[in-house]
Design a protein around this ligand. Sequence first.
Ligand code: SIN
Ligand code: MN
Length: 254
Amino acid sequence: MITKEQLKHYSSKGYLILPKMYQGEVLASLITATERLEKLDGPEFFREKNSGKIRTVFAPEKFDQTIAKLINQLELRQIIYQILGEDFYLFQSKLNTKACLESGVWTWHQDFKFWKEDGMLQANAVTAAVLLSDVDIANGPILLIPGTHQEGEVSSYLNNPEGVHDENLKYMIHPSTLSSMCEKYEPIVPLLGKAGDLLLFHSNVLHASYQNMGYLDRKLLMLTFNPIRNIQEVEHPRPDYMVKRNKAVLSPNS
Ligand code: SIN
Ligand code: MN
């Protein structure tokens, strides 16, 4: 469970870091699980061109019970329920890694802009990102502008109409939008931490990440939880491994 102050931080800033959420054997087995995934393949797997290292695996829990168990862990379900305040399900899951000296940037965006096209109705999903490596200033932390989830949809332009999980994002924002958001809200923060920390962030908070210029591959297991009633069907849904159709409730009760 999180405290009232932590909940208030999430509500006002659009993010929250919970240090040392996972430790010891649990953390070690999650890290080992990501190493096992490197050897598998399928449409869920997006890789770097040169090294062949994983850039993203969608629905990693399909391939590994350790990850499936983590998604279903009671403490996580309780925290997400505290934030959302209603029944929710797993909307999307992915392991995003950033290979050192290789992976590119994810430029500034709001997730909801993309998820709206998957049928999401309102921007109140929450993403829980488990740090599966240490994240420092060098290896491509998530950058975020606190408070921007309160802005609603920021102005953006259609950059790459065909973009599906492409670093050349479908929608991008102009530098003037970025500067006005930094002036209106707060300076950009890099979300640094240690393996095992949990980062929670709102689906409308502006975020980005730059290249990994460090020596350590950066790994984030990103789980997006959406209220059950916050979704409608769309005519051309993305594959189920990218946007899940199974709306099984993840209850806060054991
Ligand atoms: C994202 O915005 O979903 C990607 C962030 C990252 O992996 O750095
Ligand atoms: Mn994002």
